[in-house]
Design a protein around this ligand. Structure first.
Ligand code: NAD
Length: 355
């Protein structure tokens, strides 16, 4: 029977390691809580398994603990922010608080954030906005190893560029669409690799551009020193959305796009994010918006389930049900991932319990 960690215990362990790696109490608590929330939502790829990478990034100098968002421009409805390579979990929250404030004042805000270290689960930021009744759209690029192949291409050229749309639904849990534009998130390949699993066909190509189901091709350098790549979701359409994320999250924010071969010495993960916030009340359509949104969602849910499905869901439902279940049952961390977390703790003189 696998051991499940209670969420609070994981939070405490992760925060202890982060403090020992140089973070203030407040920063360590925010990052730890965010990572555990990702696990609770079922996105283990963006959960506590990221900790070893973050500790390494601090040592490498690519991640700067205790950094704050820097305002480069603030016209009220336009915000241009620099994340100064701080923890994305902290920088992202600071940026969203500014954007939400401006959208509440003016009805909308376009917020550009560059140079943040890994922002983690983008849905967290949309949740902050929908909790205030705002619509929130996010286009994100990833400056790291280029792990995704363009549609029709045979090698990795860009990152897993997530896209996220949060829409409040009056009196109900929100619509929360949040996904990598690769067929699966890169972190899920790390999780599958650590668990010794193969992945579904159509997910990956190897270092020579051939289809494979072995997640090792994107986790470890292959015999020729190169990596394989993830495929884009949705064929040419998902690929198009990924390019839009790069152009909006990378070029428009000023954070930069990826256009060079992999440098094995550079392992930092930076995110750029273009966020658009809209207040339906200020737009003057709030009553129609509430009614029409609910009517449409009810209409969807009333549809008959297709073969192999129990019900028609909306985005956000799977994460909410996983969260309810994991809050009670705890969070399973596979042995390999836990060993890596323990090793990360040792690097900063923190002893965590063995697997
Ligand atoms: P995924 O493939 O699990 O898709 C998740 C989305 O699909 C969610 O909105 C979910 O509610 C919805 N969904 C799932 N099943 C559904 C159903 N039956 N009916 C309706 N909707 C359904 O997610 P992913 O692509 O693996 O991404 C995981 C996480 O990784 C996301 O939180 C994303 O933000 C994050 N991510 C972050 C980065 C980064 O650099 N910061 C990069 C890539 C991904």
């Amino acid at each position: 029977m696998p051991f499940n960690h209670p969420a609070e215990d994981l939070c405490t362990h992760v925060a202890t390691v982060l403090r020992a790696a140089g973070s203030s109490h407040a920063e360590a608590a925010t990052v730890a809580e965010n990572l555990v929330e990702a696990n609770l939502h079922g996105h283990d790829s963006h959960g506590v398994g990221m900790l070893p990478r973050y500790v390494e990034a601090v040592f490498e100098g690519g991640l700067k603990p205790n950094s704050n968002v820097h305002i480069r421009l603030d016209t009220g409805t336009l915000l241009n922010l620099d994340g100064q390579r701080g923890y994305g979990q902290v920088i992202g929250e600071q940026a969203m608080r500014l954007g939400i404030d401006r959208a509440q004042q003016h009805g909308s805000c376009i917020m550009s954030l560059s140079n943040s270290h890994h922002l983690g689960r983008i849905g967290h930021f949309a949740e902050m906005a929908v909790a205030q009744g705002l619509v929130s759209l996010h286009f994100v690029n990833v400056l790291s190893r280029p792990v995704v192949a363009p549609f029709g291409g045979a090698d990795g050229r860009y990152g897993t560029n997530p896209c996220c749309i949060g829409i409040p639904l009056a009196g109900r849990p929100p619509f929360l669409l949040d996904f990598a534009t690769s067929r699966v998130a890169q972190g899920k390949m790390r999780v599958a690799f650590n668990e010794g699993q193969q992945v579904p066909p159509g997910t990956l190509i190897d270092e020579l551009g051939r289809p494979t189901t072995d997640p090792a091709v994107v986790v470890l350098p292959q015999s020729n020193g190169l990596f394989g790549a993830l495929m884009a979701f949705g064929e040419h359409k998902g690929y198009g959305l990924a390019v839009a994320c790069e152009l909006l999250g990378g070029a428009l924010t000023g954070g930069g796009t990826w256009h060079k071969p992999t440098d094995p010495n550079v392992r930092t993960v930076l995110n750029g994010m273009l966020t658009i916030l809209i207040d339906p009340a200020k737009l003057g359509t709030d009553i129609a918006f509430e009614q029409e949104a609910l009517a449409f969602v009810d209409w969807l849910r009333a549809g008959p389930p297709g073969a192999g499905f129990d019900a028609v869901l909306i985005a956000g439902d799977p994460e909410r049900s996983t969260r309810a279940q994991r809050e009670v049952a705890g969070i399973h961390i596979d042995d390999q991932t836990w060993r890596e977390i323990v090793a990360a703790g040792r690097k900063v003189n923190v002893d965590l319990p063995s697997p």
